[in-house]
Write a protein that binds this ligand. Structure first.
Ligand code: FPP
Ligand code: MG
Length: 320
């Protein structure tokens, strides 16, 4: 089943959000307008808005209200990617030139700030202090996670705990915040709010592990960016940590540096793929996925719950 089919009962609401996203980033400045639109039109799975809406379905769902939270969550995500592409010096995202590549780093930094500010602006129309607190805290953690990632670059002595701490901050918390904010805005009962929050967290962990596996097993065409990029940048992900348990692979991985040639990098990647590291990583991703499904087992049955289950399974098995 295609992702879109999994929440087809919300399609008209998602369309409204898609239109509103464009309106929200509209700017008088030509550069800001074009760079923001370029970013929006590059697409994306819109996972965070979907989670906001689906969580909201367990309470008093009002599209006019919840739409604002959904837009805000997607814009925070987008702003973080624009900044991330500057930090990672990435020229391609989703097969399209990044803002820093099409314009430059300065334009990208301000476009990110601008989109981020728009996100706060639209969120300010929601009168729920708790939702604001959750979002602010998530962004604080996101920034800490990014700094941690910089500190941990090419640190070959890090452990699996360091990795989990990092992916929690860089990915899982924004997905869990999406479900929690959706639940808060719709006045979902407290017990369910916590379950939806946890569900988002587990799905986020599973999702990021898959992302890190795909960086090794995906092709450039599937990934929309060169494969093996994480390792080349010194980002030590779960497959690398597992593969490094083998002494000879460990030695090889430790030779990786920023300017390593494609041929040598391909050899290191092949050695990592030759171990059980990919299977073991996928197994951990599956464990998180199962935890996610277990967490929402007591939520009322219906379209929203089925959609959450199907989306979680889809994200846990995705190929790109
Ligand atoms: C992608 O990581 C990046 C993130 C998940 C978060 C980046 C967060 C910030 C730059 C700080 C927050 C800033 C604002 C304005 C809210 P990746 O490089 O591992 O993944 P990729 O392959 O998709 O680039
Ligand atoms: Mg990046």
């Amino acid at each position: 089943m295609k992702l879109k089919m999994m929440y087809s009962f919300l399609n008209s609401d998602i369309e409204k959000i898609e239109e509103a996203l464009e309106e929200t980033v509209h700017a008088n400045s030509i550069i800001l307008r074009e760079s923001s639109l370029h970013l929006l039109q590059a697409g994306g799975k819109r996972i965070r808005p979907i989670f906001v809406l689906l969580a909201g379905q367990f309470g008093n769902y009002d599209i006019h209200k919840i739409k604002k939270a959904a837009i805000s969550l997607e814009l925070i995500h987008m702003a973080s990617l624009v900044h991330d592409d500057v930090i990672d010096d990435s020229d391609l995202r989703r097969g399209q030139p990044t803002i820093k590549a099409k314009w430059d780093n300065k334009v990208a930094m301000y476009t990110g700030d601008y989109i981020f500010a728009r996100s706060i602006e639209i969120m300010s129309e929601i009168n729920k202090p708790e939702a604001h607190r959750v979002l602010a805290n998530t962004i604080v953690e996101l920034c800490i996670g990014e700094i941690q990632q910089i500190e941990d670059k090419y640190r070959f002595d890090q452990n699996i705990k360091d990795y989990f701490r990092r992916i929690k901050r860089k990915t899982a918390l924004l997905i869990s915040a999406s479900s929690l904010v959706g639940a808060i805005v719709s006045d979902v009962e407290e017990e369910y709010q916590q379950k939806l929050n946890k569900f988002g967290y587990y799905v986020g962990m599973s999702y990021q592990i898959i992302d890190d596996v795909l960086d090794f097993v995906g092709t450039e065409k599937e990934l929309g960016k060169p494969a093996g990029g994480d390792l080349l940048q010194g980002n030590i992900t779960l497959p690398v940590l597992f593969a490094m348990e083998k002494e000879e692979v460990r030695k090889q991985v430790m030779t990786v540096h920023e300017d390593m040639g494609k041929k040598e990098l391909t050899e290191v990647i092949a050695s990592i793929k030759n171990t059980d590291a990919i299977d073991r990583s996928l197994h951990i991703s599956d464990m998180y996925l199962n935890k996610a499904l277990h967490t929402i087992r007591d939520l009322p049955n219906g379209k929203a719950k089925s959609a959450l289950i199907n989306i979680a399974k889809y994200l846990g098995k995705r190929k790109f």
